[in-house]
Ligand binder design. Structure first.
Ligand code: RI2
Length: 321
């Protein structure tokens, strides 16, 4: 059983991390919470579930997979007539989301692997389940590939990546983040994951991704982003920006060192934005698309069209009047 507060703490501390994993963990803990909740009144049930959802969404602001997963799990809660119906709905939708999330990663692996050629050297940054699934599937299908994996300061997610690649038996070079440009000419393809994709096809991913993409563009190396459809950010349709999480300075510099440097401020943004111009393709479970087609994914697969927002605005305006 996954408790909401415990799950939220683990997501904050990054014990549970990775945009896909945090989305599934949120869905799972909402499901378990709904199952255990013993209130009889439908309104009390709704407000308790809403509170739990808010606690989860507040943990990390950037990965849009988290609010998207919560939105999917809670869809229909308002229409439910009884507590039993509301509870069953949450459980059913959470299970369906978790299943479809795993299925999506599998589909992305199949589609992404087709874009990896025999003999390719691939560079990846951070630790993305979706990106690694493409690489591992290409290897499994018999293509001879080699990987460059970055260290990923300050949280060293690169260590998780090289363990996974090593386990799969893939030849891997482990490099510090600042060595990307030195090796980019040895690389045929960059594959990374995403925490969020905006309506104009910009990709928000681990800090350093935009530098990697910039080096790749300069060296004419293609960049593929592996992202499930629930990583696309509906609210960017109305111009909302993705909040970039800034994490504690202690992740970069221990307090005892920082204390000796009173004029120094540590800045620790966890993510950066790579513009669509630096991305050749986004591989989703619905197919491989150019980044400029992001709106289609938001509309067709997440069910948010521009009209939805207009409707919301109309309702708000009417209330205000
Ligand atoms: P998957 C991670 O964020 C990385 O930025 C990674 O590229 C992205 O989520 C997507 O990962 P963090 O939680 O969903 O390490 O593909 O900050 O696993």
């Amino acid at each position: 059983m996954m408790l909401v507060n415990e799950t939220a703490e683990k997501i904050k501390r990054m014990e549970i991390r990775g945009a896909g994993r945090i989305a599934r963990a949120a869905a799972e803990s909402l499901r378990d919470h709904a199952q255990a909740l013993s209130v009889r009144d439908i309104n009390a049930f709704r407000s308790d579930i809403d509170k739990a959802a808010q606690v989860l969404v507040a943990t990390r602001p950037t990965a849009v997979s988290l609010p998207n997963a919560v939105h999917i799990v809670l869809a229909g809660l308002e229409e439910a007539k009884t507590t039993a119906e509301a509870r069953d709905g949450v459980i059913r939708r959470a299970d369906a989301f978790i299943d479809s999330s795993w299925h999506a990663v599998g589909q992305i692996a199949q589609i992404g692997a087709r874009h990896i050629r025999d003999g390719d050297t691939i560079l990846t940054h951070c630790n993305s389940e979706a990106a690694l699934a493409c690489i591992i599937e290409a290897h499994r299908s018999g293509k001879k590939i080699e990987v460059f994996a970055t260290e990923v300061r300050p949280r060293n997610q690169g260590l998780v990546t090289i363990r996974t690649l090593n386990e799969a038996g893939i030849r891997t070079n482990f490099i510090v983040d600042s060595a990307v440009r030195s090796f980019i000419n040895d690389v045929d393809l960059v594959i990374v994951g995403a925490d969020a994709v905006t309506v104009n096809g910009a990709v928000v991913n681990k800090i350093g991704t935009s530098q990697v993409a910039h080096s790749a563009a300069e060296a004419r190396v293609n960049v593929i982003v592996a992202a499930e459809t629930y990583k696309f950010a509906p609210r960017t349709i109305i111009g909302e920006l993705i909040t970039i999480e800034e994490r504690p300075p202690q992740e970069v510099l221990p307090d005892e060192v920082a204390r000796t440097l009173p004029h120094v401020t540590v800045r620790n943004p966890a993510f950066d934005v790579t513009p669509a111009d630096y991305i050749d393709m986004i591989v989703t479970e619905a197919g491989a698309i150019p980044p400029q087609m992001a709106y289609v994914i938001i509309r067709e697969y997440l069910g948010w069209g521009i009209e939805e927002f207009h409707k919301t605005f109309e309702i708000t305006t009417r209330h205000e009047e």
